[in-house]
Design a protein around this ligand. Structure first.
Ligand code: C2E
Ligand code: CA
Ligand code: CA
Ligand code: CA
Length: 279
């Protein structure tokens, strides 16, 4: 049995080593990515459905490695989270995005709201409030233009603690949203105790609203729920005119998606704003 066990191990060893090595090298590359200036942000417009105007943007992180190429956030955020690197990276994201939003305001490009994603580790970190306060002070961006995106799972891990952290963030005067809404398991009973301003409907529901009666019903219900709690609703991942028509018909407030624009580098986003592109 022992012999067999060893053979068993040996037959798995090479494959395991390969993936472990890949992970290790990604880890060591990630450790230096910030200081080496390999990160940048892209911005995706958020459009108000009534007016067709761009009213905000979500900042999204991009990692451009000199030899590995572009690495998607889905492939490194969880690693950064595990390694604790997400805290300095997240602070860099917030600072860079707030500075950019302030620069656009100085150019007279309107009072756009800036949405920034927070990770679970950042949300639990005791220095969060101080860090956000400092970044707002340093960049000069007024808190009311900043929206922090949280997820249901971050809030549900320790509900009391989450409500307390959110309450403290709210005292700064910023907005809070729940990202990917509908994919987690936050109970409706809790929802009204969270000091949030915006619900973002996850793109997995939006993608099927014109094909699946269930998803259409879920999206309608989320919009109704949000409005009854006096929250704004943003649909994400809107890719087709039919999806847009459905969302308009059911009173969704804002949308984000490839139909209007992909996430853009700062210069391209600026061009879009200057052209006054409308939906
Ligand atoms: P998310 O916060 O749900 O961001 C929306 C994702 O959907 C983005 O992917 C965006 O590019 C993509 N998207 C936008 N419109 C469409 C559309 O019409 N169709 C489809 N199929 N996709 C669309 P991205 O940029 O790859 O980011 C993936 C995830 O990585 C984000 O999901 C977020 O959870 C995380 N992430 C990105 N940037 C940051 C960051 O700065 N900090 C943290 N903690 N997480 C981030
Ligand atoms: Ca988000
Ligand atoms: Ca989302
Ligand atoms: Ca997502």
């Amino acid at each position: 049995a022992k012999e067999q066990g060893r053979n068993h191990w040996q037959s798995y060893a090479p494959a395991m080593n390969a993936s472990m090595l890949a992970r290790l090298s990604l880890e060591s590359e990630l450790r230096h990515a910030l200081e080496r200036g390999q990160f940048h942000l892209v911005y995706q417009p958020q459009v108000e459905l009534d007016s067709g105007r761009i009213v905000g943007m979500e900042a999204l992180l991009r990692w451009q490695h000199p030899t590995l190429g572009a690495i998607a956030p889905g492939d490194f955020i969880h690693l950064a989270e595990e390694m604790g690197l997400i805290v300095p990276i997240g602070a860099w994201v917030l600072q860079t995005a707030c500075a950019q939003a302030k620069a656009w305001q100085r150019q007279g490009l309107g009072g756009l709201r800036l949405a920034v994603n927070l990770s679970a580790r950042q949300f639990r970190q005791s220095g969060l409030l101080q860090s956000v306060r400092e970044i707002l002070a340093v960049t000069g961006l007024e808190a009311r233009f900043l929206e922090l995106e949280l997820t249901e799972s971050m809030m549900m891990q320790d509900v009391e603690q989450a409500i307390s952290t959110m309450g403290k963030l709210k005292t700064l005067g910023l907005q809070l949203s729940i990202d990917d809404f509908g994919t987690g398991y936050s109970s409706l009973a809790h929802l009204r105790h969270f000091p949030i301003d915006v619900l973002k409907i996850d793109k997995s529901f939006v993608s099927d609203i014109t094909r699946s009666n269930d998803d259409a019903a879920i999206v309608q219900a989320i919009i109704a729920l949000a409005h009854s709690l006096r929250l704004k609703v943003i649909a994400e991942g809107v890719e087709t005119a039919q999806q847009l028509a459905f969302l308009r018909q059911h009173g969704c407030d804002q949308m984000q998606g490839y139909l209007f624009s992909r996430p853009l580098a700062a210069a391209a986003f600026e061009t879009l704003l200057l052209e006054g592109n409308m939906l």
